[in-house]
Design a protein around this ligand. Structure first.
Ligand SMILES: Cc1ncc(COP(=O)(O)O)c(C=O)c1O
Length: 401
């Protein structure tokens, strides 16, 4: 064989067009990565709506004792955790399905119900993963902008349904606005959506909500709304984001479809044991809620004192409008060891999102934001005044506590 010829072009595996075009999900920056990159220590992270208290001590104990069985595969169906959840929420066992975080249930819903070319409706801005997963599966995301008051435009969302629509995502409270959908609006919406279209009610932050008018997703399971799928997570109020455990509640036949496309051991034994124990730890849950509510109250007050506008929230985070590109604030805060989220990837270029932290973290955020804003000019790179195009900042259903 002659070796002096030009090598032929090396062929590599290549993704189809619908995959190659995807922009990956931008996760909140991990503390370790920031400290490695900037050579700093003692940083704080208020970027990913996590629980600042850490995990429930009872969950940690349960994990330690479950380690003796790590040589065994987990219970693939997560029977004991599902049973506990069914009892707690008054639901039949076969309506509950566990996921590797509620993110996985989002993926299972789309994988089980969608054929490439089908449409998935979601609000914009809302949780970015819905449109991303729809694209993974060759679906077409249809993003309906929030209304002028930053609430869900349920009229437009229902009006966007076509023969190709298979799934609609509603997020209650919404991420990133923290607004909630009222019960009457939700029910009017359900009655407009054709019965074969799944309506996913993502309640990742529902424990923090204090608005009594909010629908409780589980009330729509097992009754006259078989199209409703409720998502819950242990990542937020229960403080177990690192373990990856969440669940969905849905009609048993729909659950059986999702089960067909689920990995046999999608949730680990430590995650199942910890979630079971966390459900017993009412004291921790209550402390988490109070820490968040007190944190938000403090932060609202401080942000107001700075003359900034914010969006009151029913979740454990809220949006602040800054007088310049949010990216600049994000980067300047990073250099000072405070990780927050710029909302540029959500199409809100002048907003930052911050999760309520521990009192000392909240104080450090306020001090750092003051420093950063004093350093950055209030006039943006185009020379426009920052507040010129500010929207109305009170989303429907989200009143200050
Ligand atoms: C609205 C919403 N749904 C779901 C999730 C995913 O949570 P999990 O950690 O359970 O996958 C998040 C996480 O930030 C979220 O904001």
């Amino acid at each position: 064989m002659r070796r002096d010829r030009q090598p032929a072009t090396i062929m590599k595996p290549s993704a189809p067009e619908h995959i190659a075009r995807i922009i990956p999900y931008p996760p909140g920056k991990p503390i370790e990565e920031l400290e490695r990159e900037y050579g700093i220590s003692g940083s704080i992270k208020l970027a990913s709506n996590e629980n600042p208290l850490g995990p429930s001590p009872k969950a940690v104990e349960a994990i330690v004792s479950a380690t003796s069985k790590l040589h065994r595969y987990p219970d693939g169906s997560g029977f004991y955790l599902r049973k506990k959840l069914a009892e707690k929420h008054g639901l039949p066992l076969d309506t509950i399905l566990l996921g590797n975080g509620s993110n996985e249930i989002i993926e299972l819903v789309i994988r089980a119900l969608l054929t490439p070319g089908d449409e998935v409706i979601m609000a914009s801005p809302s949780f970015l993963l819905y449109s991303l997963v729809a694209r993974w599966m060759g679906g077409t995301p249809i993003a309906i902008p929030l209304s002028a008051d930053l609430g869900f435009d349920l009229e437009k969302m229902a009006g966007a349904v076509t023969a190709k629509t298979k799934v609609i995502f509603l997020t209650n409270p919404n991420n990133p606005t923290g607004g909630v959908i009222g019960k009457a609006d939700f029910e009017a919406f359900l009655s407009r959506v054709p019965p074969g279209v799944a309506v996913v009610l993502d309640e990742a932050y529902i424990e923090f909500n204090t608005d009594p008018d909010t629908p409780r997703g589980f009330d729509y399971i097992g009754g006259k709304w078989p199209s409703v799928i409720v998502l819950r997570t242990f990542s937020k109020a229960y403080g177990l984001a690192g373990l990856r455990i969440g669940f969905g509640a849905m009609d048993p036949e729909v659950a059986s479809f999702l089960n067909r496309v689920r990995q046999p051991f999608n949730t680990g034994s430590l995650a199942q044991a910890a979630a079971l124990a966390a459900l017993e730890d009412e004291e921790f849950l209550q402390k988490s809620l109070e820490t968040t509510w007190n944190g938000l109250r403090f932060l609202y007050g401080e942000v107001e004192k700075m003359g900034l506008r914010y969006i009151p929230s029913q979740a454990n985070f809220f949006l602040i409008e800054v007088p310049c590109e949010a990216k600049l604030v994000y980067e300047a805060m990073l250099r000072r060891g405070v990780i927050i989220r710029s909302m540029a990837s959500y199409g809100m270029a002048r907003f930052i999102r911050i999760s309520a932290g521990l009192p000392e973290e909240n104080q450090r955020f306020v001090r750092t934001l003051r420093e950063v804003l004093a350093e950055i000019s209030p006039v943006d790179s185009n020379g426009e005044e920052a507040h010129a195009a500010a929207p109305n900042l009170v989303p429907s259903g989200a009143q200050p506590r």
